[in-house]
Design a protein around this ligand. Structure first.
Ligand code: MLT
Length: 401
């Protein structure tokens, strides 16, 4: 009989979004005539931009011709895609060498898989609330997590406690789920702290494309010293609507060298390369060409139109919550709006209340950590029409007395 990884017993029964899908399906089974508005999981609704679609068609044609057909590609990704991403960084004022970029099928897999590179007795700081993948992937391999509190008092932007040591630090900015975004000074404090502690920051920048203020850092590498202490994960899911197409990238600078327990030097870049070439056969040629196309001037322009569409939805939600005097965070440099559950409801009660009363599906804050117990997340990734309708229903339900 196999001995099982009993760390799985420490997890909740279902992954957050699977639980929401399950509860929503149960509701629909009992109320088959109702039409739901889904503003729960951050899944996009705008189609792929023309540049990406053209690249997919062209690549499919190449695959149909023996002269241009491609088999296995480089596990790290094709040079064309890595160079396009490096140029995108440069466009945003940050130098990232193409050789430090690894193409993947998304930031979820990479943030989860990166735990392979570390021992199991590290001090791991993870904000609460946070994208549940960081916590669950650490629990799965038996790691212990130390939570750092994000709350209304610190605008959901926790800062380091200089008296506490850390080895690994997870940060996500703009943040999922709160939409809060670190400024340059705040990120500098984190980078300085990581350098002082000889720690590594695992920085998730999946929502960087939503930042419209040029003063706000879109990458941790905008901060001096970050290449000596930070890995950056990014995704095309939200930037380019690739939630179904699947493509992401992870930057592991070659400067990231740490000591082994017996004093030898190990490079995180080399370890990740070894890990990926053992367990991953690369992102498909078609998808990588589509990814390269979205980082062309034309691709960036086309993606920007979709981003503006979602930002407008975020404005519609934010305006409604302001009108209803419901306190909220996010919604400016982020597709997420994180609001305080009205009337002191806890977040799962709020989930059921919204589902039953107005058929709007959102995400209960408790799914992102204890500090989310009285918060609720809406996404701006629905259609404009659905967002407006959801907000009309909100106004009916929570009208200002
Ligand atoms: C979310 O809704 O938090 C995201 O869509 C989940 C993800 O990116 O995996």
């Amino acid at each position: 009989m196999p001995k099982l990884n009993e760390n799985y017993l420490k997890l909740k029964d279902n992954y957050l979004f699977a639980e929401i899908a399950h509860r929503t399906a149960a509701y629909l089974q009992q109320h088959p005539d109702q039409t739901l508005i889904r503003l729960g999981i951050g899944d996009v609704t705008r189609p792929l931009c023309k540049c990406a679609v053209d690249a997919l068609h062209e690549s499919a044609d190449e695959m149909a011709d023996a002269k241009t057909f491609k088999g296995y590609g480089p596990e790290q990704g094709y040079a064309k895609t890595r160079e396009a991403i490096s140029a995108y960084y440069k466009r945003n004022g940050v130098e990232v060498d193409a050789a430090d970029i690894f193409i993947s099928d998304g930031a979820k897999s990479d943030t989860g898989n990166f735990t392979d590179l570390f021992a199991h007795d590290n001090v791991i700081l993870i904000p609460d609330p946070v994208y549940p993948v960081y916590v669950d992937s650490n629990l799965m391999c038996g790691n212990t997590v130390t939570y750092i509190s994000g709350n209304a008092e610190n605008d959901f932007l926790p800062m380091p406690d200089e008296t506490v040591h850390a080895d690994i630090i997870y940060l996500c900015s703009p943040n999922n789920p709160t939409g809060a975004c670190y400024n340059r000074q705040q990120l500098k404090v984190w980078v300085d702290y990581a350098l002082k502690e000889n720690a590594v920051i695992l920085f998730d920048s999946a929502y960087e494309a939503f930042i419209s203020d040029p003063e706000l850092p879109r990458s941790i590498y905008a901060i001096e010293g970050a290449k000596r202490c930070a890995v950056e994960f990014c995704s095309l899911s939200k930037t380019a609507g690739f939630t179904g197409t699947r493509c992401g990238y992870t930057v592991v600078p070659r400067e990231l060298i740490f000591d082994t327990s017996d004093g030898r030097k190990l490079s995180l870049h080399d370890m990740w390369n070894r890990r990926q070439s053992t367990k991953y056969n690369g992102t498909s040629y078609l998808v990588q060409n589509a990814a390269a196309a979205i980082f062309s001037e034309e691709g960036i322009r086309e993606c920007q139109e979709n981003l503006e569409y979602y930002k407008n939805n975020a404005r519609v939600i934010a305006e409604t919550l302001t009108e209803l005097k419901i306190p909220f965070f996010g919604g400016v440099h982020s597709p997420y709006i994180w609001f305080q559950c009205p009337g002191g409801m806890d977040s799962w009660t709020c989930f059921d209340y919204l589902l039953n009363q107005i058929q709007v599906v959102g995400t209960p804050g408790a799914g992102f950590g204890e500090n989310g117990n009285h918060y609720f997340r809406l996404t701006s990734f629905g259609t404009y029409e659905a967002t407006v309708e959801a907000m009309r229903r909100f106004k009916q339900l929570f009208h200002v007395q």
